[in-house]
Design a protein around this ligand. Structure first.
Ligand code: FMN
Length: 214
């Protein structure tokens, strides 16, 4: 495959700080507003610019926009989401989710993903260490989507559905699945997000020492 150079598209003019500090998990997606092919290309071009080990670029992306296919995949996503909760907590239905827990919104996404305007599967070719080189592109993808006003959320699947997902999209066995990213214009708002302070999550020179701003 021949490598190419491309310039930054003028649509990506949001300051990088604003994109990073307001990007968040958007799970309530507007089902009536499709995402254009040109915006999807910008998002994927941004992903392609990320670093990878030895510039091997093992990341591959499978874009799904067809409504019927999204519906079909959405059912598998729903099954996978509940399979994960069953494995983790033994939950089998909505009544098991504690009120106000972090799982309320994700469970809603599991219901509503069938209406997502687009879904991107992040995959990789070329072996086992590829995961390290897939998530830098995925993060670029999330930030580029944010800069275009498009909401996204990084999600995973469950072994229970993987064979059917591979069959549905005709993904060869040697290709590895990493995550699934529904995309759409938000019904909610972007950021701000809450995170642990870097004074607590950073060590300075040695593990037991805090950074100067602590
Ligand atoms: C590895 C990984 C797996 C995730 N899996 C899911 C998921 O299955 N379903 C979901 O709704 N969100 C999922 N998320 C999104 C996280 O819940 C979200 O990024 C986190 O809660 C921070 O949200 P915020 O940016 O809105 O504050 C996942 C994120 C990561 C990085």
């Amino acid at each position: 495959m021949e490598m190419i150079r491309i310039e930054a598209p003028p649509e990506l003019d949001m300051p990088v700080g604003e994109a990073m500090f307001t990007q968040r998990a958007i799970r309530r997606l507007d089902p009536c507003r499709p995402i254009s092919e040109s915006h999807l290309k910008i998002i994927l071009d941004a992903a392609s610019k990320a670093p990878s080990g030895g510039n091997t670029q093992p990341a591959r992306f499978l874009v799904v926009r067809n409504k019927d296919r999204i519906r079909e995949f959405g059912k598998l996503y729903h099954e996978a989401w509940w399979a994960k909760r069953r494995d983790e907590y033994g939950w089998t239905g909505k009544d098991d989710i504690p009120r106000g827990s972090v799982y309320e919104m994700p469970s809603r996404l599991a219901d509503e993903i069938v209406d997502a305007p687009a879904i991107i599967l992040a995959l990789s070719v070329d072996g086992k260490q590829a995961a390290h080189s897939v998530f830098p592109p995925v993060q670029n993808l999330l930030l580029a989507a944010r800069a275009l006003g498009i909401g996204s959320v990084l999600t995973t699947l469950h072994a229970q559905v993987m064979e059917r997902v591979y069959a549905m999209f005709e993904i060869p066995r040697e290709v590895e699945f990493h995550c699934c990213i529904p995309l759409g214009y938000p019904r909610g708002r972007f950021g701000p997000t809450k995170r642990y302070p870097t004074s607590e999550t950073t060590s300075w020179e040695r593990w037991t020492a805090k950074p100067p701003w602590a």
